[in-house]
Design a protein around this ligand. Sequence first.
Ligand code: FMN
Length: 180
Amino acid sequence: METWDAIRARRNVRQYRPDPVSEADLDRIVDAARRAPSAGNNQPWDFVVVTDKAQLKQLSTVWMGAAHIADAPAAIALIIAKAVDDEHAKLLDPSDVKAVIQFDLGQAMAAMTIAAADLGIGTGHTWVDDKDKARAILGVPDDHIVCYLLAVGYPADRPLRPIRKPDRCPLAEVMHREHW
Ligand SMILES: Cc1cc2nc3c(=O)[nH]c(=O)nc-3n(C[C@H](O)[C@H](O)[C@H](O)COP(=O)(O)O)c2cc1C
């Protein structure tokens, strides 16, 4: 797909065909996150790729909006360290450092969703509420936080195609020129 088509085709997919996503495609999707920009090139992330059915089922219980993870052929967990990076801490307020790290994580997440869409693969975001449970399921060390999960799989409803009329505010409403 062209980049512009992949951007327009991406949508949150919550129902998946049972077909597995190949290891090469999962590698490419995570590689897209690895290549995402981050403040000071801090790269505050780690990723755990899960394809084990029992683990996916367990992960689907970490938040009320995570049910779709149970039926996905794969999921990717986005993980950050609890400790704030020293270089960031020297420059910014602690709350700003946290915001910047979350911003970086969002860029990594967005890169994965577009890279997946480019391959015709759907993705479904998930917030993680029970972070201790997610950490235990994935064997993540105590000094790290599992922030988000991304379900990955071929859409069961219809293939990804550029969406002509997305459920979004009109461009003219959110885009300002020269002044607000
Ligand atoms: C940070 C973030 C967290 C989200 N968390 C969840 C979630 O926990 N469960 C869920 O089903 N969808 C979740 N979503 C998906 C959004 O609801 C979805 O992207 C939004 O409704 C727009 O739909 P679209 O992505 O199909 O355009 C999340 C999206 C983002 C960006």
